[in-house]
Design a binder for this molecule. Structure first.
Ligand code: CA
Length: 414
């Protein structure tokens, strides 16, 4: 049976960035997420160009899914050319690029095209499957077994993309594939503003919660906001139904939803003053996505850097542990020396004695020893002094201890 779709697209600038560099599109059969890069200028333009160009194929009738796959690939390559041409006309946008993750449904098949680190997930039978692979440096490290997926989440180079559409590469390598789909499937397309901050477990729970398409998409964006949303976040959710469900209206969100404007007079991008005033400091604090061509030399250099970092970490830890051990040793030595400057008067074998040290010990180790056994017998003392000596009498110095003994002797003689 032919499937129909119901889709929702939601995009949010997030809580830290000053502009939305993401774009999203939910059409009749085409669904796209694009995440632009290029600092203040460019990222929003690149993703808007990509989505605007690619959405042109929505509504086209394809004889086969393979035709759709070809059309999708062609659209991404065309978007790549438009971005390059735009940079040629506006050199201030040099270096701009964008990820693109898109699906195009033809009957019971989905053609998929992907470049960058936005993601496509399929939720089916209560299981979430990531059907795209990130074109990032850290993913390469994970694939080669050098780091774990958990380490990738916090790796300092996690923003390095190795493949994007943009003026950076005339022939970018786009992944495409065909997958079957059926009623009940939920396809989730999202920018890393969702996948980097909300766990897959939480995403799965949200998809399984029984909310409708729009509510679910909105809830996913809200989860990212709850986690601080340091980045723009865009979610396009596509629900597959069996026939008879009315489709949803076509919707473009993010930077592609506004006209792309250039300030051609000065040859510069218009500065978004209100945003800069609102977030004067935050703008620079955001982790900027970087592009590095997928070359073996660069990869080797990064891996070597990673090894050096691991070694530095190990050395820092070792030095730290040695410093702490030395500090503890010094404290113990000084502590012991202090105890040995103290004296007290007590009893040994029925005779009054002066002890050096303190009454307390460390576990089984005593911190005192008999310094001098006097000629005063405990039995010769009055009841009051006997009790005091049995409980021991502290002295700040040997001289004070001797004075105490002198008083006891006087008491014994009486
Ligand atoms: Ca992003």
């Amino acid at each position: 049976m032919a499937t129909t779709t119901k889709a929702a697209a939601v995009s949010h600038v997030g809580k830290v960035r000053s502009n939305n560099q993401d774009s999203g599109f939910a059409g009749r059969q085409l669904f796209v997420v694009a995440d632009g890069m290029g600092g203040h200028a460019g990222g929003d333009v690149a993703s808007a160009i990509a989505v605007t160009r690619i959405r042109d194929i929505d509504g086209t009738q394809f004889a086969t899914a393979a035709d759709a796959e070809t059309a999708l690939r062609t659209a991404l390559m065309a978007a790549n050319s438009v971005i390059a041409e735009t940079v040629y006309e506006h050199p201030e946008l040099t270096g701009m690029g964008t990820t693109v993750s898109a699906i195009l449904r033809v009957g019971d098949t989905v053609a998929l095209a992907h470049i960058g680190d936005s993601r496509i997930y399929l939720w089916r039978d209560d299981e979430l499957i990531q059907v795209t692979s990130d074109h990032t440096f850290v993913q390469r490290l994970v694939d080669s077994g050098r780091i774990t997926p958990e380490e990738a989440l916090t790796h300092p180079r996690r923003s390095v993309l190795m493949r994007v559409l943009g003026d950076v590469d005339a022939h970018p390598e786009v992944d495409t594939r065909l997958l079957d789909t059926r009623p009940g499937d939920r396809w989730l397309l999202c920018s890393d503003g969702l996948s980097s901050y909300v766990s897959e477990e939480l995403i799965t729970r949200t998809l399984a919660a029984g909310l409708d398409t729009y509510e679910t998409a909105e809830q996913l964006v809200r989860l990212s906001l709850d986690h601080g949303a340091p980045d723009n976040v865009t979610v396009v959710l596509v629900d597959m139904h069996d026939g008879g469900v009315a489709g949803s209206p076509t919707l473009t969100v993010g930077s592609a939803s506004a006209p792309i404007a250039f300030d051609s007079e000065s040859g510069r991008r218009p500065v978004r003053l209100p945003n800069l005033l609102l977030h004067p400091l935050r703008v620079t604090g955001v982790r900027q996505t970087q592009f590095e061509p997928e070359s073996d030399e660069y990869l080797e250099a990064l891996i070597a850097e990673d090894r050096r970092r691991a070694l530095r970490r190990k050395i820092t830890w070792s030095v730290g542990i040695v410093i702490i051990a030395i500090a503890i040793l010094i404290a113990v030595i000084f502590g012991y020396q202090w105890t040995q400057s103290r004296y007290y008067v007590g009893v040994t074998d029925g005779t009054v004695a002066i002890y050096r040290g303190v009454q307390q010990g460390i576990g089984p180790i005593p911190l005192s020893s008999v310094h001098e056994i006097t000629d005063v017998q405990l039995d010769d003392l009055g009841a009051f002094y006997q009790g005091q000596v049995e409980r021991t009498i502290n002295a700040d110095s040997l001289r004070e201890a001797e004075e105490i003994v002198e008083r006891l002797r006087t008491d014994a003689d009486e």
